[in-house]
Design a protein around this ligand. Structure first.
Ligand SMILES: Cc1ncc(COP(=O)(O)O)c(C=O)c1O
Length: 430
């Protein structure tokens, strides 16, 4: 199949990498970028690869964006890192800006990673409610640290000993693979909570959800689901935590994915896209929750909490997203991408489903060989010059996740769809 040879990527590099790099999740990608700009990555031989995963679903402004470069330069030369109890202007400016975007959640804490923000969110929910049972979706991904990992069910639960007691899961609705024919998502949700009510010890504290389960295979919660979930939480005194690591800051064609549903969570976590690829995360919550947390001496003290350098990057990201109209652009570019992917579905029987919102799309291959086909398509697409991620760990091996930067051009979308189509055609011809 792979008759286009990869450039002789530096054999010495791979020898050293094999000698020293600890593996942490499948094989390393056989492409070694030395430079990244806009939507493209370049290796030492000058070969370019179109980055349709925005790095790890994060670089929403593409790579090496001039405003981010300027923000990093300015901040590193003025305010870099501070004592954790010391506030600074970029931090308060970013908190205020985020609060303007979600006025119901005006209290903000800035952190570094998605897992860390979810860790803080669950700890906050436990502190405030005095309860400790946490529920997520069986296809979820919330991070690799204790509480976040305990609420992550799409992968990574084997071989690491006990997770936090009181961790529960319910299935996410999946229109392409309904669990039972003729059962609505509302019936499935009712049934799941009836089961939870029997299993829990009366200490249900929070539900944590991605509005679109990304690692789980781009499962978009159907309209109405979020409101129904909110009702279930309210009836049990549970807080609703939404994890918008991948969906936040415009990617779905709205600033936040929850806006479609008109349901504001009690706690919102942002990460990946907020720093556009640099390590920045945020937790946002209501005044009443912040007051209760203060009364109960909520503690989440870290080295990089509210650090000014990442905060100034977050400010630059939001400034560019607003200045350049990138939320609307994500909606428009997303329509073009969806049209292109649906065209592939019409031409190739192996493409079973195309789904997603805005610039967060997934294609699922059909049939028993779905996982093998998506692996082969991913490998060949890379050789052809397209990095389109795939869930290689966990249970969603047949779905490719496609999330170009919000700055992607129409020509780049057409190029990416074309390369994907060529890869699918060649894999299925074999
Ligand atoms: C929805 C979601 N939440 C949280 C995380 C964890 O973020 P991080 O890897 O920055 O800890 C991820 C990572 O993929 C994610 O997709």
């Amino acid at each position: 199949m792979n008759d286009i040879p990869m450039p002789p990527a530096d054999a010495a590099f791979w020898t050293r990498a094999r000698r020293h790099m600890l593996g942490y999740g499948g094989e390393f990608v056989p492409f070694v970028p030395v430079r990244a700009a806009g939507s493209f990555l370049y290796d030492a031989a000058g070969r370019r690869v179109l980055d349709f995963t925005s790095g790890q679903m994060s670089a929403i402004l593409g790579h090496s964006h001039p405003d981010i470069i300027a923000a990093v330069h300015k901040s590193i030369g003025t305010l870099d890192h501070l004592f954790s109890s010391m506030l600074s202007h970029p931090v308060v400016d970013l908190a205020e800006k985020l609060a303007q975007l979600v006025p119901d959640l005006p209290k903000v804490m800035l952190l570094s990673t998605g897992g860390e923000a979810n860790e803080a969110a669950i700890r906050l929910a436990k502190t405030v409610t005095g309860k400790w049972e946490v529920v997520g979706f069986t296809q979820s991904w919330h991070g690799m640290t204790g509480q976040a990992a305990a609420a992550t069910y799409s992968a990574g639960r084997r071989g690491t000993g006990p997770v936090a007691p009181g961790s529960f899961a319910i299935p996410a609705p999946n229109a392409y693979h309904p669990r039972f024919a003729g059962v609505t998502w509302q019936q499935e949700l009712d049934d799941s909570f009836a089961l939870l009510d029997r299993q829990c010890t009366g200490n249900l504290c929070a539900f944590i959800a991605e509005p679109i389960l990304s690692s789980g295979g781009i499962l978009d919660l159907p309209p109405g689901y979020m409101a129904a979930l909110r009702e279930k939480c309210d009836a049990r005194g549970m807080l609703l935590i939404l994890d918008e690591a991948q969906t936040g800051i415009g990617r779905t064609g709205q600033m936040f994915a929850f806006e479609r549903d008109g349901v504001v969570p009690d706690i919102l976590t942002l990460s990946k896209t907020l720093g556009a690829g640099l390590p920045l995360a945020a937790l946002m919550t209501r005044n009443a929750i912040a007051d209760a947390a203060k009364a109960k001496n909520f503690l989440f003290y870290t080295t990089h909490v509210n650090d000014p350098l990442p905060a100034s990057i977050g400010l630059a990201v939001l400034r560019v997203v607003e200045r350049d109209g990138l939320v609307a652009r994500a909606a428009g570019a997303g329509e073009r991408l969806a049209r292109g992917l649906r065209g592939l579905q019409q031409r190739h029987a192996c493409v079973g489903d195309v789904r997603g919102r805005g610039l967060l799309m997934g294609i699922e291959f059909a049939g028993a060989k779905a996982a093998a086909i998506s692996d082969a398509v991913t490998d060949l697409a890379l050789e052809l010059g397209l990095s389109a991620n795939i869930v290689r760990v966990g249970t969603s091996g047949g779905v490719m996740r496609i999330a170009p930067p919000l700055t992607v051009t129409d020509e780049e979308i057409d190029l990416g769809v074309g390369l994907l189509g060529e890869a699918i055609a060649r894999v299925t011809a074999e």
